[in-house]
Design a binder for this molecule. Sequence first.
Ligand code: IVH
Length: 706
Amino acid sequence: MVEQPGLFKESELSSNDSKRRRQQDNERRRRKAEKRIQELRELIRLHDYYYYVEAQPRISDREYDALFEELKRLESEFPDLVTPDSPTQRVSGEPLKEFPHVHHRIPMLSLNNTYSRDELREFDRRVREGLEGEPYQYVAELKYDGVSVSLHYQDGVFVLGATRGDGVTGDDITQNLRTIRSLPLRVQTVQYHSVPLRTFEVRGEIYLLVEDFLRLNREREEAGERPFVSPRNLAAGTLKLLDPREVAKRPLRLVCYYLLTDEVELQFQSENLQLLKEMGFPTDPHWKVCETLQDVFAYIDYWETAREQLPFQIDGIVLKVDSLRQQQRLGTIARAPRWAIAYKYEAKKATTILRDITLQVGRTGKVTPVAELEPVFLAGSTISRATLHNADYIAKLDIRIGDTVIVERGGEVIPKITGVVLEKRPSTAKPFVFTACPCPHRQPLYRPPGEVDYYCDHPECPWQIRRRIEHFASRRAMDIEGLGERSVDQLVTAGFLRTIADIYDLHRHRDELVRLERWGEKSVENLLTAIESSKRRPYHRFLYALGIRFVGEEIAKILAAAFPSIDSLAQASQEELTSIQGIGERIADSVYRFFRDSHQREILERLRRAGLPLAAEHLTHPVQATGFFAGKTFVFTGELAAMPRERARAEIERRGGRVTDSVSRRTDYLIVGANPGSKLQKARQLGIPQLDEEKFLALLAENPVA
Ligand code: IVH
């Protein structure tokens, strides 16, 4: 320390001193944070790779979340340390008005397709001739049925992603692609003959797992939206969304099959696939080097059936000349390379007899007609049932029981009936009519005006009961193991389950359950334990589990955030509900009516008594018992400028307060926003004190959540 007596007063000296010390402290903290941020990003990237690319997580979700939270916290403390390649920045940027165009420096070619082996022989002959006697080999790859994209990396960082477009110009969909968790935002540097690969282009396919596709479609249908026709269609539709936050909600996947760079001279496609993998890109492991056409045919034959076991869809295989030098020699004609070809599998068709049309009743009472078919083998499995969608579909194709029908399974995953062989129609075949529910009540079906579906509205329809309980217990809802279709069926039939609330009374019937067929001490014990632990599921999953019409998983999350307890949701008016982003009239109406149904309210009461929290975690983990808000009851009137009312409600509830709808003697404060309504009058009459928005915000700030 420099001592300069006389220049500074004592106090100044020490204050400068402490300022410097503070600065040094800050510097040190910053450097520490910077180091830790780097570490965390590396770790998260690595675990993203294990999880999303290798599908083999090495840490628990909780541990992963902790890393992510720590990174987020440090980055918000030191915002200038945030970089675009940070794992926290996957979903970023504002919704676009339209996508900018991108010129593909190297055109994105398409492939010539064929369905015939003779044409493959023809292709091979042209390759042989083109190479004038040079030996060559092929790489055979699966042809993923998705949407092709081009990804550009500069200095190892993902900088641009584009659609194929017309092959020359595509759309810049970088923001959307960044949300795909298996897409590395920064790559591992890999050496190719001692040259590091840092700036390059990768091409690949965006696709969806069939399982994810089916789930998303189910959710869409629940939410009353039109389902997508195929995983490919869903992937394409998602990439066209202008809001990356919406894209992030869809489980898109990436597989890469193409590498281009000016940095080194790459030599083989097979080597490129290997390199891509080493760099951390998701690649398909099923490719194969084929030395002869016989090998190629064997590969085609194998995958023709084995593809049924893949969790995603392929529509064929792609055959490429392995040597890139030879590829160049063969060249390109009319936008398609002469060194590659796609062999496509036919959409499988078969004819069979429609034995019957049965009706399936969903948990909302919606009735879906199902074709019961003479079993027929098609594309790897035996089909004995197919959906007939609705009355209109049956009428349009004029499908009648006894008809010989055409069944198809193509890119659409689910087998469908695409036509009738009219020449084979028995003279007795009559058009199908929807009459009664298949339940014992034989409830006449009704079709609401303007809808394509029929409904059963019997409150005790056992089919609806079964579906509702199955849904409640399902994996993504309350996840009660041991309460699947078969056991629900059994327990409903035996009279143990009539509503979802009965699930939590099952423990009273332990002895009777043990004596049921297929059950025993151990399995009953397991079931009861599973039921007990289901009480701890997050609140949004409980909301989803209730099976309120149009409330799928996404909507349940939105509702849970806005109304963190069942009581607040049950009290919400239709206007309050529709004021939330993502909640339209139809959902609001359905939610509102659900909570006005006395039968549902009774069920909720029973669930509450059974010990289900019926509220978000921050409310059930004892809320604050001290502070201004604790224990007080508030009512809102008028509009708040600073936050939506649901947020304000949540803020109060987190601080231990309560919010009710109407002013009464028990109201402690009326919070008054702009354009207050009649509640203000009432509060004045009752002498209830008021808080304006400014005061309310100040109180929130003075009473932070502990
Ligand atoms: S290679 C010139 N490899 O199929 C090279 N394409 O019909 C062109 N595709 O646009 C692409 N899997 O969207 C290649 N393993 C694979 C592929 C594949 C799927 C798609 C891709 C391409 C289309 C051509």
